[in-house]
Unconditional design. Sequence first.
Length: 532
Amino acid sequence: MPSDSEPGTAEPEPIPPDRLRTALDVVGLDFADDELALMGRRAAVHQAGYERLRALPVPWDLAPAVRFEPRIPGLVGRAGRVKAGRVSLPETVRPDSLDELAFGSIPQLAALIRSRQVSCIELATFALDRLAGVDPLLHCVVTATPERALAQARGLDEELSRGEWRGPLHGIPWGAKDLLAVRGYPTTWGTPPFADQVIDQDATVVERLDAAGAVLVAKLSLGELAWGDVWTAGRTNNPWDLAEGSSGSSAGSAAAVAAGAVAFAIGSETLGSILSPAQVCGVTGLRPTFGRVSRHGAMALAWSMDKLGPMGRSAEDAAIVLEAIAGPDGRDETVTPEPFAFPAAVDPRGWRIGVVEAAFEKHEPLRGALDELRSFGCELVPVELPSALVEDFWLILDAEAATSFDDITRDGRIRRMARHEDEAWPNVFRAARLIPAVDYLRANRARRRLMLDLDAVMRDVDLLVHPSDEDATLVAENLAGQPAVALPWGSRPNGAPDSIALAAHLDREMDLLGFAMAWQSRTEYHKRHPVI
């Protein structure tokens, strides 16, 4: 083995045993005196290396040389059941007032635009005005993008005048969670240290939605560096109940959709940040398979867990958006070439649905959703999640997030963040510096065991069903990289629908969304909206 000393550098002084003993005590280890004495020189060499590594410039969008791959040998999964279909546009007549379109579905809006009963300019202006009207109550907008939106809408109207139609997203207004780069506009990541940050590029999802004809009208609020209800400019409120927050961290995306200000929005999930605000705000939120959608141009929180996905009125809308944004871009190397297409119609009879029984113990009213599934002819199969203590896997997220924001932790900018307490990023980032690399890698080995165990649980079912905000399922599914969709269901005291989630095997979004579309076609929960 070559020498671990860098040529031309002085040999560092060994670290004394008493200092090593203190450090080891923090991570729960105890070595003998002679072992500590022997460790001193090598620990000092490592310490000197840390300083040299920290001096190297590492841009914010540079991913680690190692990457997470959920599709590991030994996973069985199930063959997909659903084939590709086509979006169907309904027969639609322009309403007397555009206010009646606030909660229109993407196919409804697309039909009006394609038939030129409503112009792209009209729809963009309506969305911008509605956002401006609801934002003083909701605090969901970080930066409106009227110049970009209206210029894009004018060009799209010109295309229609020439008989050119890009597809169902042509002229549809949408909002981006403000961790997505948009050229010429601030990308604040929800925190003061980056309040003036302007990234000179468009995120891949922004590029792809531009190409599909969707019109970006605003960048929407997120919890500070994608933490839940932690805000720097006023809490994002729930349109159903302004006295409560919209959860996090994709709060602005969920609130703007629920309020009828945008037809859909893009959120992100690392450990619940799509499903949780979807549940609180009563919208449909899709967490795709890890590696389904490129994260190029998106803030990195945890490279092995971050996922981007749509939040909208329905599973049908989510499928339309996913088809536009999914697939490799040559820039995010985690993205799979596995194809996704808008799903064909599904007959739910005979589908085997795994019921995470323990998850319903604290959500008894949601058991009514299970009765509904039985009435559709589904076979419900009780399942138990793997017995691994999923909360112990938090150190993976903590270590990766601390790495993403290592620079502001060390240079002091972290002190400008909004919240400083035990359950907040500044404290997490500092404490994570004490997570041993050995234990981070051991946690990832145990994570692979969890993935195999979860696959074994799902091996005999098509989908899982559970409450959308159940912590154990959120952690396990996110660690495994599995897709899930939160669907409005039932009712809560504030009048909002509650939420039920379906989860699928890796890369089985066609099954997941096809089944969810079939469910929603038989119910009305997703058609309920708040009065603002």
